[in-house]
Every structure is written in C-alpha cells, then in structure tokens.
Ligand binder design. Structure first.
Ligand SMILES: [Zn+2]
Ligand SMILES: [Zn+2]
Length: 345
C-alpha cells in the first residue's frame, strides 16, 4: 500500500502500520552501522595518501574543496533554507545563483528537491515521509533496512512527490523552472569545470583528468553521502534537545556539523524549520548560517528569520511557514493533512 494511503488511516500515535513492537536499536547495531558508514571514508583517505603526488595534486584538492563548498552551500543555503523553508528573502540574482549552484550537486532538479523535502517535513517519520529510517519498523532488521532506505534506497522506489502539490510557488516562478530544466546541463558543467580548470592550471590533459576525478566525481559522491546522511543518520543517531512534532525523531549529530555545513543540527532544524540557523546553541558551528549572515550584511538577504517568533512548539504550527502553509493546518495526529490552498508566508 502506498504511504499516502497508509497516512490517511494513521491515528498519529501508533507505529507505522507495518511496524510490530520490537526493542529499540542496540549498541551492537550502532557499532556495525557506524563501521559500515565510516570504513569507506577511511579507505578513501588511505587511497588519497597512496595516490598523492601521482594520481592527486594540491590543485585537485583545492578545486575539490572549492566546488564542494560552492555546490554544498547551493544546497544548504539555496535549495534548503531559502527555497524550501523561506528562511530569508534573497535578491533575485542571488536566488538564481544559489539554485544554479545547488543544481550542480547532482541531487535532482531544484523544483523536485524542494517538493520532496517539504513532504519530508509534512510527514516526518510517519507514513508518507519519502525517506524515514523508521519505515520498516524499529527492530534490528527493520532499522538497518530503514537506514539504507532513508540514505538512498528511497530514490529507487516508485513514490513520486508531485511538485504541483508541494511546490506550486516554485512552479509559478519562471526563473526556478528554467533552472530546473537546465539541471542536466548544470550537472555536465559541474564536471566540466574541474576538468577545464585542472587542465589549465597543470598545463596538461593528465591534470585535467585527475581534477575531473577528485574535484568532479569524488566531490559529488562525498557531498551526496553527506546530504543523504542528514536524511538517514540524523533521524536515528545523536541528541534530541529540542521539541519537535510528534513522531519526528530528527537529531543533532555533531560529527557531521562541518562537512554538512551546519545541516546536521537537524533536531534544531526540525524544531524550527523556518529558522535560518540550524545550530541553535552558540557552540554549534553552522557555516550555512554564517553565509546567510554575510549576505544580510551585504544587503543581499533581507527578512532573515534568526528566531521563530514564538519559540518551538510541539503542535507543529511553526511548520506552517516552513512548508509554505500547505501541510500543517491540522494538528498532528489528526490523521490527515491539508494540502489545499496556496502557499502562505
Ligand atoms: Zn529531516
Ligand atoms: Zn528542512
């Protein structure tokens, strides 16, 4: 049965319909999952060390970092905080520039990305959530399967998110639909840029090819896994200091704070989705919020929401602005959510 159908019969209290009563995740499972997630990154570090001087250069590394930041901030500041949650208002050129930068991350076109993420907030960790790690229940097998599903398995399921329902504002914006249509070309550009830069800087084809490998393909892979980890790990491991809607298990996961550019303060984000800062405590490093602050100082960003007006609420009404007023007009647990009406701010 499709998640939307299941959500209609959901009472807001029970486990997902397919979930039996099982014990929570245990320490052994945490260790195994952590090893699965961390080991490939350690292998990558060893590979870089072995290839250093022959298969990878300083130029490749610098280009990789630069393009990681450009495309990553395009996703976090542009796709997520600006376009999905409207945490601030950007100058039109900046809005387009951020949408273009995010599109170069190979994470889907900007309209579909926004629609899918708004649906995630509307149904967080309940039936209807496109990528909840609790989809298959809370027993050991279900949690492992759910992690894989939330990380990337969901992209292989036939469960489309209609942009007409979740992102009508994006569809009504000609600049955004143009950027969405240019998605394949922007992906090609995302790989062509490091190749051309590597060739130009090194003066040889080999330098272009290694830059294409490290600052192109490997950089794309790393950012994708970091973004997907926010969907998977940041709904399962970490702290939950802030109140969120019922069933919402988003967590703050500090080890990912820097590489995720502040997005792994995911419990803070789910507690106040329209807030421009996800790291709610001063010590919580949030590079994306710092960039928005810079934009604000330059007067490129206005109406920045540094704090939700009335603080976090358990009833989810704060999400109204966050998801464009589309989904939270009913209190959580009402069994259905309202998809009618235009997006409101
Ligand atoms: Zn989430
Ligand atoms: Zn969000």
């Amino acid at each position: 049965m499709r998640p939307q159908t299941l959500a209609e019969g959901y009472d807001g209290r029970s486990p997902f319909p397919e979930t039996a009563t099982h014990p929570p995740v245990n320490a052994a499972q945490v260790a195994v999952t952590t090893a699965i997630v961390v080991a490939p990154f350690l292998a990558l570090a060893v590979g870089i060390r072995l290839a250093w001087g022959t298969g990878i250069s300083v130029t490749d590394g610098l280009l990789a970092v630069a393009l990681y930041l450009l495309t990553g901030l395009g996703v976090t500041v542009g796709f997520h905080r600006l376009l999905t949650h409207r945490s601030f208002t950007a100058r039109p050129w900046l809005r387009v520039a951020l949408a273009v930068a995010g599109s170069m991350s190979f994470q889907g076109n900007v309209v579909d990305w926004v629609a899918t993420h708004r649906r995630h907030h509307a149904f967080t960790d309940r039936p209807g959530d496109p990528h909840s790690p609790y989809r298959y229940g809370t027993h050991l097998r279900g949690q492992l399967r759910g992690l894989a599903h939330a990380h990337l398995g969901w992209m292989f399921t036939d469960d489309p998110t209609p942009a007409s329902r979740y992102a009508p504002d994006m569809l009504a914006d000609p600049a955004m639909t143009r950027v969405a249509r240019a998605f394949p070309a922007l992906c090609a550009l995302s790989l062509a840029l490091p190749f051309a830069a590597g060739w130009a800087i090194s003066g040889g084809l080999y330098g272009g090819l290694t830059a294409f490998l490290w600052a192109g393909l490997v950089r794309v892979a790393l950012l994708q896994h970091v973004t997907w980890s926010v969907n998977s790990l940041c709904h399962m491991f970490g702290d939950r200091p802030h109140p969120t809607r019922r069933h919402d298990r988003a967590t703050d996961l500090w080890p990912l704070a820097i590489v995720s550019l502040g997005e792994s303060w995911h419990n803070g984000h789910h507690s106040q989705p329209s807030c421009a800062r996800h790291g709610r405590a001063p010590r919580q490093v949030d590079p994306s919020a710092a960039l928005i602050r810079l934009f604000e100082r330059l007067h490129w960003a206005t109406d920045v929401h540094w704090h939700a007006p009335d603080g976090p609420r358990r009833d989810g009404l704060n999400h109204r602005r966050a998801v464009g007023g589309l989904h939270t007009l009913h209190p959580p647990g009402a069994g259905r959510l309202d998809h009618r009406g235009p997006p409101r701010r």
